[in-house]
Design a protein around this ligand. Structure first.
Ligand SMILES: C[S@@+](CC[C@H](N)C(=O)[O-])C[C@H]1O[C@@H](n2cnc3c(N)ncnc32)[C@H](O)[C@@H]1O
Length: 237
């Protein structure tokens, strides 16, 4: 029998201990918005499109984007518990010092269009059918800048093959980074991939945030520290 090995995850799974309200969100509300592993594309409405955000961090981009595009369904994947709890706080309006009841609901202004995969995205990939995703966001992925850690970078030939499989033809992989090594690495990996085409035709297409952009925590940190992010869109051929 072939037992598949669980991929090793090198990042942090938990930071500071969660305050009471966020723990309650994780325990009581997360189960309501978790991806159903048996029906990973199930949403309470028929979506026009499905977008996937990998490593959503604190969830600012995912919460903001999905609030503006209510007919699109979003799957967000994140391993870091404090980040997941933060996204839950953004979409319910529950703040960390709030006294909260058991009956937690989405903000009334929100459509129920996010499902959360609270684990390594690589464990969800095999459950997704071919050509089911319209867009993938990979925003400020861990750059693993040392050469000896290059194999840990999310952009690699194996993951690109999988992203090419799950993206629809014409779908888009959007990668943002503030790290010069990761930028060069990404462009090279995507250039060598037979499945993707970089859509930029001039500097303005990748030096500035796209029109439907929502700021992220790592983007803001990069700007504060004087680094200039780039925004790279690749089309699935
Ligand atoms: C540098 S942070 C960026 C967070 C966010 N996108 C932002 O721009 O603020 C990268 C995030 O990706 C998550 N991550 C890395 N590899 C992942 C994987 N295989 N599956 C799910 N999340 C992952 C990490 O836990 C981390 O929170």
């Amino acid at each position: 029998m072939c037992i598949e090995e669980k991929p090793h995850f090198y990042g942090r799974r938990q930071g500071r201990r969660l305050r009471k309200a966020k723990s309650v969100l994780m325990e009581k509300f997360l189960p309501k918005v978790k991806v159903d592993a048996e029906h990973p594309l199930a949403f309470p409405f028929k979506p026009q499109k499905i977008y996937l955000e990998i490593g959503f961090g604190d969830g600012d981009h995912l919460a903001g984007h999905s609030a503006k595009h209510t007919d699109i369904a979003y799957i967000g994947a994140e391993v870091f518990k404090n980040g997941i709890a933060n996204l839950l706080s953004l979409i319910t309006g529950v703040k960390q010092n709030d006294e909260i009841s058991e009956d937690i609901k989405l903000l009334p202004s929100r459509n129920d269009n996010i499902r959360i995969w609270d684990d390594d995205i690589r464990l969800l990939f095999p459950l997704l059918p071919d050509a089911c995703i319209d867009r993938v966001f990979l925003l400020f992925p861990d750059p693993w800048p040392k050469n000896r850690h290059a194999s840990r970078r999310f952009i690699n030939p194996q993951n690109l093959k999988i992203l090419a499989r799950i993206l629809k033809p014409g779908g888009v992989l959007r990668v943002a980074t503030d790290h010069v090594i990761y930028k060069t690495w990404t462009l090279r990996q995507l250039h060598e991939s037979p499945d993707f085409r970089w859509t930029a035709s001039c500097g303005k297409d990748w030096k500035y945030a796209p029109s439907d952009w929502e700021p992220t925590k790592y983007q803001n940190k990069a700007i504060r520290e004087g680094r200039r992010p780039v925004f790279l869109d690749f089309e699935r051929k």
